[in-house]
Design a protein around this ligand. Structure first.
Ligand SMILES: Cc1cc2nc3c(=O)[nH]c(=O)nc-3n(C[C@H](O)[C@H](O)[C@H](O)COP(=O)(O)O)c2cc1C
Length: 190
């Protein structure tokens, strides 16, 4: 299967026109070896900095880990079996929330991290990269890897260019050859 066929399948078809950034985003399991340029990482995190957060506490922190580093191998070793495809991605990001604040425990920290990650995801998409978020990793072991105890690892994000599906593991192609369904209606005016 060609990569373009996967992209065509995954591109969302909407009755109401929406920005292409939302139509084109999806979470692939096949990444290319190409590195993510440092200047692009700067752009991605510059956008992420401006995410809204409760009391403007900005309760997030990101560890960017590039392939071929010993830390990268450590992260790969704590991924759940089903997420082993992520080892091929050129960059893994450990997205952490910060639980404690000057006002005490921040009960909106995870919510705010989610918004920051959404910003990261769409800015990366705009630059031609793909992301795939993962909750499937050993959270306790991830905490041991992170030195700052106030940074709680919450999601690992694979980041990179989409890979060649014609050369990819058949099982991964099969999993990705599927269009996730969306709820039809998610709001009502009351
Ligand atoms: C918080 C979160 C955790 C996720 N964890 C995993 C994971 O561990 N493994 C995986 O393959 N995908 C994971 N995903 C990806 C979702 O399965 C995916 O976003 C969803 O199926 C919709 O597909 P799409 O992103 O391609 O539109 C996760 C997504 C989010 C937002």
């Amino acid at each position: 299967m060609k990569t373009q066929e996967i992209i065509n399948l995954k591109t969302s078809k909407t009755n109401i026109p929406i920005n292409k950034i939302f139509k084109n985003r999806f979470s692939p399991r096949v990444f290319s070896n190409d590195d993510v340029l440092d200047k692009d990482l700067e752009i991605i995190f510059e956008a992420t900095r401006f995410s809204p957060s409760s009391y403007n506490l900005q309760p997030w922190y990101f560890y960017v880990v590039k392939k071929n580093s010993s830390f990268f191998e450590k992260i790969c070793s704590i991924l759940m079996k089903g997420n082993k495809w992520a080892e091929k991605a050129p960059v893994l990001i450990i997205a952490c929330y910060i639980k404690d604040s000057k006002y005490g425990e921040n009960h909106y920290a995870q919510y705010d991290l989610g918004q920051a990650v959404a910003t990261l995801v769409y800015q990366a998409q705009d630059l031609g990269y793909y992301t795939h978020q993962m909750a499937g990793f050993d959270h306790n072991k991830a905490k041991e890897l992170i030195k700052d105890k106030n940074h709680i690892p919450w999601v690992v994000i694979a980041l990179g260019k989409i890979g060649d599906y014609q050369k990819a593991d058949e099982k991964l192609v099969k999993i990705d050859n599927y269009k996730p369904q969306r709820k039809e209606r998610i709001f009502e005016i009351i």
